[in-house]
Design a protein around this ligand. Sequence first.
Ligand SMILES: Cc1cc2nc3c(=O)[nH]c(=O)nc-3n(C[C@H](O)[C@H](O)[C@H](O)COP(=O)(O)OP(=O)(O)OC[C@H]3O[C@@H](n4cnc5c(N)ncnc54)[C@H](O)[C@@H]3O)c2cc1C
Ligand code: FES
Ligand code: FES
Length: 1332
Amino acid sequence: MSAGTEGDTLCFFINGKKVTENHADPETMLLSFLREKLRLTGTKYGCGGGGCGACTVMVSRYQPATKTIIHYAVNACLLPICQLHGAAVTTVEGIGSTKTRIHPVQERIAKAHGSQCGFCTPGMVMSMYALLRNKPQPSMEDITQALAGNLCRCTGYRPIVDGCRTFCQEANCCQTNGGGDCCLDVKDETDEQDDEKPQLFNKDEFLPLDPTQELIFPPELILMAESSNLKTLTFYGERTSWVSPTSLDELVQLRSSNPKAPLVMGNTNIGPDMKFKGVLHPLIISPTRVLELFDVTQTAQGVWVGAGCSLSEVQSLLEKLAPQFPEEKTELFRALIRQLRNLGSQQIRNVASLGGNIMSAYPNSDLNPVLAAGNCKVSVVSNGGRREVHLNQDFFVSFGKTVLKPEEIIVSVFIPFTREGEFVSALRQAPRKEGAFATVTTGMRVFFSERSRVVQEVSIYYGGMGPTTVSAAKTCAAIVSKPWDDETLGRAYDVLLDELVLPPSAPGGKVEFRRSLTLSLLFKFNLEVLQKLREMNVIKDELPERIRPLPRDIQPSLQEYQHVSKDQSAQDPVGRPIMHRSAISQATGEAVYCDDIPRTDGELFMAVVTSSRAHAKITSLDVSEALRLPGVVDVITAKDIPGKKVRTVFGYDEELLAESQVSCVGQMICAVVADTKAHAKRGAAAVKISYEDLPDPVFTAEDTIEKSSFFEPRRVIWRGNVTEAFKTVDQLHEGEIRMGGQEHFYMETQSMLVVPVGEETEFKAYVSTQWPTLTQDAIADTLNIPSNRVTCHVKRMGGAFGGKVTKTSILASITAVAALKTSRAVRFVLERGDDMLITGARHPVLGRYKVGFMMDGSIVAADIQYYTNAGNSIDESTLVVEKILLHMDNAYNIPNLHGRASACRTNLPSNTAFRGFGVPQSIMIVENMINDVAVLLGRPADQIREINMYKGPSVTHYKMEFSPENMLRCWDDCKVKSDFSARRKAVDQFNQQNRWKKRGIAIIPIKYGIAFAESFLNQAGALVHVYKDGSVLVTHGGTEMGQGIHTKMQQVASRELHIPTSKIYISETSTNTVPNTCPSAASFGTDANGMAVKNACMILYQRLEPIRQKNPKGSWESWINAAYFEKISLSATGFYRGPDLYMDWDKMEGQPYAYFTYATCCCEVELDCLTGDYRTVRTDIVVDIGRSVNPSVDIGQIEGAFMQGLGLYTLEELKFSPSGLLYTRGPSQYKIPAVCDVPLRFNVYLLPDSSNPHAIYSSKGIGEPIVFLGSTVFFAIKDAVAAARSDSGLVGPFSLDSPATPERACLACASPFTKKIPVSKPGSFKPWALNI
Ligand SMILES: Cc1cc2nc3c(=O)[nH]c(=O)nc-3n(C[C@H](O)[C@H](O)[C@H](O)COP(=O)(O)OP(=O)(O)OC[C@H]3O[C@@H](n4cnc5c(N)ncnc54)[C@H](O)[C@@H]3O)c2cc1C
Ligand code: FES
Ligand code: FES
């Protein structure tokens, strides 16, 4: 069977329209079908592996048995089109559009400011839409569950949640009133003059949700489903065939004759294997139409659940059944429900099947340990007959393997009732609370002899502790027949420790943590069991504390900003919370991103081949096999580059394609161009490269210190004399902290399209970049043509965060070479894994410090050394290093300060700019040092901070004068707004009352320099055209990446031209309208471009003055018309020559910033010391941004940056193998904050009555500063850990590296369980991952 063989016709509906495919390829997923075939580009690609939710669509099916239609959200990237026969798909385009009527979900997310770059928005909209189709008045819990699988890198989720909250019945309530902390209970604190407080959006203007307006389910599909003559369907693709039988007998026959063919149900295991591991299945069997696999039968002993049921169906079934029986009978049901709620995302659970989960036999499957502990069994069938097999330790054989024979099929799974005296629990710990595979997961069951504490049966299974689900059989043997008490459990922990051993280099790492979790999860089970025994009056023991889950209800938050003055004209939009100008288009999926640009005739796709070695000579490059593959057109190597083979930025070169030698894994060597993306990818996989390894690759800061491997120049700065000052202080302390890097994880991966115009070597480049001019210059240099032959266009980016400043120009240059060589348009859109591998990240930093201080808390001297891991090329690392040193004083006036910073040259991918540009690393080290001082003095850290802050007219360590007045106002306001003193006491009280839960609170200030220290970058241009009809087209040098620059520029133009924003349009940024632009970076975009737009508009407005005077009552249109006939130019350029900033590193002085943005943040967390899991219960941020041009946009930047910082300091971990390969190449391995990480109360206050003479309309730059304030969560965790350590008798400074992941927090708590784990001697083994 192969392509070309006649198959069946696939029939399904998309947005109410019938789709018939005569040649459906089983390897085609719905996402590429929608985007490439149907040109429905609203559904986005973010990861391709089910981990980000950008591709969410809704699938509806008719169920003949119940005559109902079911609707569920799915990830289109993992859904084979062949699975859709008879289904109706709804995409974001199908629910509303600006051409017809937008849907209330689209409207509310947009108007609540929940869309910044907009790349995640269609997915968010569809997750929420699917929820509303099933439940028009959802609870907050429903909403957070529905959005749990959708990542957003821009907004910080709060506005999305607030927009969706308006659908709740009790629209403004967290719905826990009477059941714990309710938002209504805290109202008196915030409700004074509520009506007068400006609101970011007005929910009264929202369209009502009217379910009758939704698309109807196609009647043709109902007839199809009801028809009794279902027939086997077969589809043949290029490499794979698909068979979908309709009866169990047929399925059994197919399986017995093709035992290697997988049964594809949800495709959530097989799909990622095919996509990421290149597994090829010539035949796929799809049993989704075999009804027996979906049967549910209840018996006196329990319930048989069809193996084909999705995990969501299993969850609903158990949730329906559980309340129908006495609690004691449904212990197992409830344990499974608990586990299912945290397994994957709703999109995954809606398709992943029960049988698929069991048979995938993942090492960290969440269900298998519970099913096994709960005595479940499966009924299997093959042509040898039926049998029942118990899910026990013999069932799970090894990674991905079970005891079943290849031809056997699980028909159903038996989930028994529990008995009186039988308790079951499911516990898990994951890197992120939701949407993450567990680090360790367990199912535990104990059955007591009648009304006693003597154990009759016990069963304990773990996931995450070996290649598959493992039984702790010896531990169980140590417990059975014994009384459930401290003595038995004490012995059990020791046996467990011996029984579940992991080698120090075990795959997945976290060896100590995983081992300690096995103990602490058993301890948690112990506490649960004791509680139940006590409730049943079996025991009367005084219980240790009751373990409650961490709080989780997101409550309404405050966003406070200042009203515009009463005198301001109603038409003038400056200072008002205007919605992002593209939010509606983004929410309807109409907004066009680079890869949404329609294909041009003959267009080719590009895929790159990267180095698999960290440091090696390339000895041969064989592309012959790739060139023979179908669709492959050419292979591009360095030899094809006609011009410069390097891209130069700030005087530093970076090789485009490696020719003779590679210096990191992931370095690009060549590129394959082909007719389709799939063919290009296959071509790239077929290129063969041989290497000769070079000695001693360098990876860590310690390696570089040992080998003196640094980029020059290294930077030094000092004031005072630390050496002398150290001799005078009361106390000296030395410390060290390591900070990991951070992946940008912009939702839109690097994307570009280069089109040869066809004459005079002219090229149009459509690129997702923050710096179009650099891209233009790099392409021109590479192709050896003048810059005037290259136009770079940027409509918008789906997020950038610094990652699309310099690296994109390299990728675009290679794409341009391919376009030149083939004379065809070439599109290059990086897959998520390649993007993460190739394009670098935030610099990891090792900070070492020595501090001298007095007993009164004043810090007299500090010497800090920063080692930043730059990777294999310098890129912007020198500038990062400089910014690190310039911010090392933060808010503190330390009279003797000495800083040294180096960019370490390593054999890792080259790191680059990332929001904050070194500041988040710089200040982190300083604040950690201050924390140590506080601990050593036994005083609260906020006091030490306060004592050392700049006060009165001040001078920085680089001799720049400034007034810290607003910095201190932010600090004081934040203390008041957050009720810091009272909460500090409450936290201490909580900690006295709880042993295993601790709270922590921290308050941290920031002073952040705005503008580029490189003076020439502080310039901007604009071009404003007024057309004859009065409509205005504004173009400027800034690029839109979600930060709302175009919205703000529209506001500026509106004020200056005195016309409403509706008359003003911004189409794109392009190098042929505004030349020689600077990057949109350094939080300086609005400052610079705003002034340029203002300048152009003022020129135009002045030109109209004579016309206005002649006709003062005329309309704008009449003036423009008159001006045209009077031959007045209606086009003007604007220019802004920014401040002449400088930094003289020889003299160690300068004026590198135009001004400072100030802020203070207070955070409180609750930490589960047994697992390291934490929740931010409240965050208050006070920010001085002068007079905000657009408070909704600015608050969006603050919230988004804070959440990015929260990710940086507590969650996101880049992991590299000992040979330098990045392991974390997608959202499954790399966790950015999700909706579950939003602080439960998240208040933002813009400092009132602040002004700034240095920027447009007295505003301040805000894009970057707040990232650092995410560290407040880190320090609150550290505070909680300190409380836990003190219970263990440990006092004094302790080391906690960043990010403070659950692993690090838990181990730092030094509980009796973590202390039991033997630590392997460093150097005695090869760790699974490097400590970068
Ligand atoms: C982003 C993401 C997050 C996830 N998070 C979690 C998590 O937190 N916890 C967790 O436990 N899991 C998680 N998973 C795994 C997921 O639960 C499993 O992949 C899923 O349950 C497999 O079911 P499926 O129907 O999709 O299997 P498929 O991919 O369709 O098939 C998987 C395998 O099972 C076999 N199979 C399927 N049905 C049968 C049957 N009836 N009889 C015999 N063999 C059968 C197939 O032959 C195939 O080999 C996650 C997956 C993804 C993609
Ligand atoms: S693209 Fe489908 S989940 Fe990320
Ligand atoms: S708005 Fe969500 S990723 Fe940009």
